[in-house]
Design a binder for this molecule. Structure first.
Ligand code: SF4
Length: 398
């Protein structure tokens, strides 16, 4: 079961500062293969503001983990950063020396890796694993002070002091995950990247880990990138949502706006895939196949799966543009005029939008959050490329 979204809760009570902690500019990452480079991240641009949590979502293989690894320059061969800048507090990670990079990792930007539960060393006690990271960056800690610091970190993530002397196999999955969070915050970083921190946990523990992340963020005023498939969990935890498809960011918006009025057809389909606890109905699917990532088509990268594809979409790549305050999307549907004359659409906007009433049929009102908006997305007939492919909200059941 997936946690249901409650994006209308008081997330806006403390708006994050516009001050930028992370500025990713034109980041492009390729994986080399004998038959050509796979374009995993295709020149993306986004920012993370001080104190905010940015959700990075999309289906498996869309490039979200590669993008996150690139921020810390942890992409392994055959992957490589081809171009772009990754500025953390103004320091470009792409151009740092290895020595400086080791200083910046964990101290300025820390990672909670995917499968973090299994990333702990099974033959080291928790106290030694946490101490390792601290000593590597801040040598000269008196033993007593270090012990106090580790106890404090364990307390911050809701773990009892006895964990200090335990081995990973003595802990539950949720406890191991919280140890990983304690390690990530040990050096009080400015930015934490959490790569699917709740995958492989049951829904109750997911909720606890999510709450732990929120608590830690509030306590330390740290900025966070939360990567995941689970739209319900994202709705509860993040301030803004960035949606990735085939290496591109196709929409980025405040979370309430993203769920209440998703602009990009792919975002709409992702939201439609959230199971409802109110009614039993078949899980919705996104039809069609992603293009060959070695040979992206001209025009929009979502054209093979988009129910609204137009002639212009096959020729011109839509830029990521701001169509509502702080709400960006890359889609020709929202251009005041679409070259080719196939279709003209005003910005549909959310419920209560003051834009002209040329609402698109898929625009949803805030009270429909979590409902299955794919019902309104009837694909055109006769497209033989359309096979069925599942957008799962559960990483354990892709
Ligand atoms: Fe669909 Fe065209 Fe928008 Fe791409 S640009 S998402 S193909 S309508």
């Amino acid at each position: 079961m997936t946690a249901q979204p409650t994006p209308t809760r008081d997330r806006l009570r403390k708006a994050p500062s516009k001050d930028v902690v992370l500025d990713v500019r034109g980041l492009r990452v390729h994986y080399e293969t004998p038959s050509g480079d796979v374009i995993a991240v295709n020149g993306i641009n986004f920012q993370v503001r001080r104190g905010e949590t940015l959700g990075l979502v999309g289906e498996s293989g869309c490039g979200k983990t590669t993008a996150a690894m690139s921020i810390l320059r942890l992409v392994q061969p055959p992957g490589r950063i081809v171009s772009g800048e990754v500025l953390i507090e103004g320091t470009d990670m792409v151009r740092l020396s290895e020595r400086r990079l080791r200083e910046v990792r964990w101290r300025d930007a820390a990672l909670i890796p995917q499968g973090a539960m299994n990333s702990l060393n099974p033959i080291m006690k928790i106290k030694d694993q946490i101490a390792d990271g601290i000593i590597a960056h801040e040598s000269g800690h008196p033993r007593r002070e270090l012990k106090g610091r580790i106890f404090e970190l364990l307390g911050m993530v809701g773990l009892p002091g006895r964990v200090y002397n335990m081995y990973p196999h003595e802990l539950s999955g949720g406890m191991k995950q919280r140890v990983c969070i304690a390690m990530a915050i040990a050096l009080n970083p400015t930015l934490i990247i959490a790569d699917e921190p709740t995958s492989a946990l049951d829904v109750v523990v997911q909720r606890i880990i999510g709450q732990t992340l929120l608590d830690v963020k509030e306590l330390l005023d740290v900025s966070m990138i939360l990567i995941g498939h689970d739209m319900g969990l994202q709705a509860q935890l993040v301030d803004r949502l960035a949606v990735m498809y085939a290496g591109n960011i196709v929409e980025i918006a405040p979370v309430v706006s993203a769920f209440a009025d998703p602009l990009h057809p792919y975002t709409q389909l992702l939201i439609a895939s959230i199971p409802s606890i109110k009614e039993r109905k078949p899980l919705k699917v996104t039809e069609g196949l992603t293009h060959d990532l070695r040979r992206p088509p001209p025009g929009c990268i979502f054209q093979f799966r988009c129910p609204y594809v137009m002639e212009v979409c096959r020729q011109v790549a839509p830029p990521l543009k701001e169509y509502k305050p702080d709400h960006f999307a890359a889609c020709h549907l929202y251009e005041p005029t679409v070259t080719g004359g196939q279709r003209v659409a005003g910005v549909g906007g959310g419920a209560g939008s003051d834009t002209p009433e040329t609402r698109l049929p898929h625009a949803v009102a805030a009270d429909n959050i979590g409902s299955n908006i794919a019902d309104t997305l009837a694909p055109p007939d006769g497209d033989d490329r359309r096979t069925t492919s599942h957008v799962s909200t559960d990483p354990r059941n892709p």
